[in-house]
Design a protein around this ligand. Structure first.
Ligand code: HEM
Length: 445
C-alpha cells in the first residue's frame, strides 16, 4: 500500500536494490562454492564481519571460539576461510608450494618496494630475502651476544633497584626487548631500559599494528584512504609504518653510520651486503630496519611477556625450571649471564619457551594465502582456486588432535619426549611457515 504512494522511479530503484540484495544473500548462502562451509551468517555476506572482529582487539580468542563452534574449516568472509585442519594446514604452508600471500598483504606492504613481510610476488621476495639473509643468519647473530648481555646486565641492575617495589614486569620486558633489537641492529640499545621510558613508542606501535590488522580484511578502505589523503588528510595509524617508523629507523641508521659500530651488527651486515650487491639501496636497508624496530621488537617482547606470565601463574613449572637451572649452574654449565649455547643445552628451558609461545604466539592474526590453480580439498570440502585460506597460531596451537586433550594447559613436559617433540614442531606456527617463515628465527630451532 505504501509503495503506491511513492514515485514510480523510486519503486523501481528500491525493488531493484531489494532483489539484488536478496540474490546476493541467496548466492552466498546457497550457491557459492563455499556455501556448504559453516561460519557466522554475517561472515558469509561481508568482509566487514572479519574486520569488526579484529577491531574489537581479541580476535585471537574469537577464532578459537569460532573453530570450537563450527569445526576445522570456518567461513570467515564471502571468499575467506580459517583453517585448523592439521593436513590442510600442512598443505597451505609447505615450503616451495604455490600458496602465495593474499591481497590483504598489499596493505602491509603499502608504498614500500622492499618489504619482506608484505611482498606478495614470490620471485621478488626470494631475491630480496637472499640479499639480506646474511644479516639475519644465526651465526651472524651469535657474534652479537655480548651486546645482548650488556642489555641483560642493565635490566638486572634496574630490577635490583626496584626490588621492594611493585612493578609491571611486562612493561620492563618490553623495554628490554626493544633495547635488545636496538643493540643487535645498531650496536646500541635505544636506552629504554636505562631511562625506564619508551618515549611513547609502544602505544604508537600498538596503534599502527591494530590499524594494519583490521585494514588487511578490507584493503579497499586502505586504498580509498590513500586516494583521498591529499583532500581528507591522514586518518589511519597504519601510515605511521612508512612515515614515523621509517623516519625513526632511518635516523637510527644515520646515527649508527656516523658514530660507527660493530661491523657485524645487523646494519653493518646489510652495509657489507650493499657494497657487494648494489641493487640493495639505502632505502631498502632503512625498510629492513623499520621491520626490525616494529615487527622484531614487538614480537620478541610479546613472547617474553607470555612466557613469564605463564611461569608466574604456574609456580610448579617455574620450580621445575629453577631446579634445572640450579643443577646446571651447580655443575658449572652456566655462566652468570647464560649464553645461547648454554640455554640450548637446558631441555626444560627450551620446552618452556616452546610451550609459552605455543599458548601465547605473538602474531595472532590469520596468515592468509591464496589457493592456487587446481584448488584443494580439506575433509569433505573442495576449495576452489582463488579462495583465501589461512591459519592463526592461536587456534591451531589448541587443536586436541595435535596437542592432546590437555591442549589448553601450560605443560612444557609435552616437548620433552623426543618423538612427540618432532611431531609437535611440525605444527608449531608461532614463526609462520613455508618460504615465508620468520627470518628472525634461530635456524637451529
Ligand atoms: C619471537 C619473536 C618473533 C616472532 C614470534 C615472529 C613471528 C613472525 C611470523 C609469524 C612471520 C610470518 C608472517 C607472515 O607470513 O605474514 C614473521 C616474518 C618475519 N619476521 Fe618475525 N618474528 C619474531 C622475531 C623477529 C625478529 C627479531 C625480526 C627481525 C630482527 C623479525 C623479522 C621478520 C621478517 C623480516 C619477516 C618476513 C620474512 C619473509 O617473509 O621472508 N622477526 N615473523
Amino acid at each position: 500500500m505504501q509503495f503506491t504512494s511513492l514515485p514510480f522511479h523510486l519503486v523501481v530503484v528500491s525493488s531493484f536494490l531489494i532483489l539484488s540484495i536478496a540474490a546476493y544473500v541467496v548466492y552466498q548462502c546457497f550457491l557459492s562454492p563455499l556455501a556448504k562451509i559453516p561460519g557466522p551468517f554475517l561472515a558469509k555476506l561481508t568482509n566487514l564481519y572479519r574486520a569488526r572482529l579484529t577491531l574489537r582487539g581479541h580476535s585471537h580468542r574469537d577464532y578459537i571460539a569460532l573453530h570450537e563452534k563450527y569445526g576445522k574449516v570456518v567461513r570467515m568472509a564471502p571468499n575467506e576461510l580459517s583453517i585448523t585442519d592439521p593436513s590442510g594446514f600442512r598443505e597451505i604452508y609447505k615450503a616451495g608450494n604455490k600458496f602465495v600471500k593474499s591481497a590483504s598483504y598489499n596493505v602491509m606492504q603499502g608504498p614500500c618496494p622492499f618489504d619482506l613481510v608484505g611482498e606478495r610476488d614470490e620471485q621478488v621476495h626470494s631475491s630480496q630475502r637472499k640479499l639480506v639473509a646474511r644479516a639475519y643468519a644465526t651465526d651472524s647473530l651469535l657474534h652479537l651476544e655480548q651486546n645482548v648481555d650488556d642489555v641483560i646486565r642493565s635490566l638486572l641492575a634496574k630490577l635490583d633497584s626496584v626490588r621492594d617495589q611493585k612493578i609491571d614486569l611486562g612493561e620492563w620486558l618490553q623495554l628490554f626487548a626493544f633495547d635488545v633489537v636496538g643493540s643487535i641492529s645498531f650496536s646500541r640499545p635505544f636506552g629504554f631500559v636505562e631511562s625506564g621510558d619508551d618515549q611513547g613508542l609502544f602505544q604508537r606501535i600498538q596503534n599502527t599494528i591494530a590499524s594494519l590488522a583490521w585494514l588487511m580484511h578490507v584493503p579497499w578502505v586502505y586504498h580509498l584512504h590513500a586516494m583521498l589523503r591529499p583532500v581528507i588528510g591522514n586518518w589511519l595509524a597504519i601510515t605511521d609504518k612508512d612515515g614515523f617508523f621509517y623516519e625513526y629507523a632511518s635516523k637510527e641508521t644515520v646515527g649508527r653510520k656516523d658514530r660507527g659500530g660493530d661491523d657485524r651488527d645487523m646494519l653493518g651486515q646489510l652495509l657489507t651486503a650493499q657494497s657487494e650487491k648494489s641493487q640493495l639501496r639505502d632505502a631498502d636497508i632503512n625498510f629492513m630496519m623499520t621491520t626490525n624496530v616494529m615487527a622484531g621488537s614487538d614480537t620478541t617482547s610479546i613472547s617474553l611477556r607470555g612466557i613469564f606470565y605463564l611461569l608466574l601463574t604456574h609456580p610448579e613449572k617455574l620450580q621445575c625450571l629453577m631446579a634445572e637451572l640450579e643443577t646446571q649452574k651447580g655443575a658449572g654449565q652456566l655462566s652468570d649471564i647464560v649464553s645461547a649455547a648454554q640455554a640450548k643445552a637446558c631441555p626444560y628451558l627450551q620446552a618452556v619457551i616452546y610451550e609459552g609461545m605455543r599458548l601465547m604466539p605473538p602474531v595472532a592474526s590469520v596468515i592468509d594465502r591464496d589457493v592456487p590453480a587446481g584448488g584443494m580439498t580439506i575433509g569433505p570440502y573442495f576449495i576452489p582456486a582463488g579462495t583465501v585460506v589461512g591459519t592463526t597460531a592461536w587456534a591451531l596451537h589448541r587443536v586436541p588432535e595435535i596437542w592432546g586433550p590437555d591442549a589448553n594447559e601450560f605443560r612444557p613436559e609435552r616437548w620433552l619426549d623426543a618423538k612427540a617433540e618432532s611431531n609437535l614442531k611440525r605444527f608449531f606456527f608461532a614463526f609462520g611457515g613455508g618460504s615465508r617463515t620468520c627470518i628472525g628465527r634461530s635456524k637451529s630451532d
